[in-house]
Design a protein around this ligand. Structure first.
Ligand code: COS
Length: 378
């Protein structure tokens, strides 16, 4: 086994690390408070080559692999999980086009995004169904050469701001997953509106929206795969994109650990820095154990994707493990900081608010356990 990253991967990691330090960390608290997506970061990420990195080479993109994407994800997650979600939800919205689209569709939906900064979005969840994804209510009715979309999608990252949104809909509410379709909807489609969801607990620099479709006409050539393929395209997508969530979580945990180390060396109690007490040292050791284990897990899952091997089981383990590990790390970082950890003056308060969502989005951790146990029992 070889755990060494290639020269290109180390350069990519360094690029993402420098970008995080220069463009993300200085503004993260401000955009969290403003509850605003920092568009200038999206533009700068595009300029340096950190946006929509999975666009294939045949469509003019970088064609980076899953491990590459995860290396970026860990660095951005270190800086701000909200901004991570802006950038990585775009890769999430792009992935169904890569999973289910023809080469012609990939060129049509991707090439313009290699020429200017733009985002993708992935619209699966609805107000009344999230985990039971096949039970979607958003209707698609064929009218000549166009699908007519009606319904509401909920909790959509980059929703309304994305150039392209992959919308999953049903053609028959009694038909289960075999009646689902995946449609690529442009931002300016008449009848497509959105409402920003405000007052989120964390990840406030990312835009989360409710999407409303009222008689939105989508050309048939924007359909990914065949009729009935929608649900499976969504599942195959999530099997991949849950891995960067794990990587971002590792980045956040690393931040929690580093902030704790810094504070523990500065803060004194009973005549010495608190870093000299085992009560603190053991917390740091737990964090390091979780980060090292989590990184191994996401890297293995990402490697499987890049080798075109089955990866759904490992992806679910990585997502659930790393998001829970990062939650614990952020929680303990606050404990290390004491009262100062509970206020916004230090970054650890935001880490805990942000990381909670990692246990919920891209499939709750309970759903990850469903996926893991089904793999064990099948
Ligand atoms: N890859 C490919 N195909 C898959 C698949 C996967 N990972 N998972 C399921 N399928 C296929 C099954 O093989 C089955 O196909 P056939 O009927 O042809 O045999 C079909 O899809 C239905 O599968 P299943 O019966 O297992 O689906 P369920 O309705 O029981 O749902 C879960 C399975 C719960 C795992 C799924 O609904 C899920 O992942 N939910 C969470 C959704 C989510 O992550 N939402 C977050 C949105 S993004 S923020």
């Amino acid at each position: 086994m070889d755990f060494t990253l290639s020269d290109e991967q180390r350069q990519l990691q360094q690029l993402a690390r420098d970008f995080t330090r220069k463009e993300i960390i200085p503004i993260a608290a401000e955009y969290d408070q403003k509850e605003e997506l920092p568009w200038q970061v999206v533009e700068k990420a595009f300029e340096v080559g950190l946006l929509n990195v999975a666009i294939p080479e045949h469509a003019g993109g970088l064609g980076l692999g899953m491990l590459d994407e995860c290396l970026i994800g860990e660095e951005i997650g270190y800086g701000c999980m909200g901004i991570y979600t802006v950038l990585m939800a775009s890769e999430l919205g792009l992935t169904p086009i890569l999973v289910g689209g023809t080469e012609e569709q990939q060129k049509r939906f991707c090439q313009p995004m290699t020429e200017k900064a733009g985002l993708y979005a992935f619209a699966l969840s609805e107000p009344n169904n999230g985990s039971d994804a096949a039970a979607m209510h958003t209707m698609a009715v064929l009218d000549g050469d166009e699908w007519v979309l009606n319904g509401t999608k909920m909790w959509i990252s980059n929703g309304g701001m994305a150039e392209w949104t992959v919308v999953f809909a049903t053609t028959d509410r009694q038909g289960g997953h075999r009646a689902t379709v995946a449609l690529v909807v442009p931002k300016d489609a008449p009848g497509f509106t959105y409402n920003k969801i405000k007052h989120k607990m964390g990840q406030r620099a990312s835009l989360t929206s409710e999407l409303v479709f009222e008689n939105v006409r989508v050309p048939k050539e924007n359909q990914l795969g065949g009729l009935g393929d929608g649900f499976k395209i969504a599942m195959k997508t999530l099997d991949k994109t849950r891995i960067p969530v794990a990587a971002g979580s590792v980045g956040l945990a690393r931040r929690a650990m580093e902030e704790s180390i810094k504070y523990a060396k500065e803060r004194a109690a009973f005549g010495k820095p608190i870093a000299e007490f085992q009560a603190i040292q053991f917390k740091l050791a737990e964090m390091a154990m979780g980060i090292e284990t989590g990184r191994l897990m996401y890297q293995k899952a990402a490697w499987l994707v890049d080798q075109h091997q089955p990866h759904g089981f490992e992806s679910a383990i990585a997502k659930a493990y790393c998001s829970e590990m990062a939650f614990d790390a952020a929680n303990e970082a606050i404990q290390v900081h004491g009262g100062y950890g509970y206020v916004g003056e230090y970054p650890v308060e935001k880490l805990l608010r942000d990381v909670k969502l990692n246990q919920i989005y891209e499939g709750t951790n309970e759903i990850q356990r469903v996926v893991i146990s089904r793999n064990l029992l099948k």
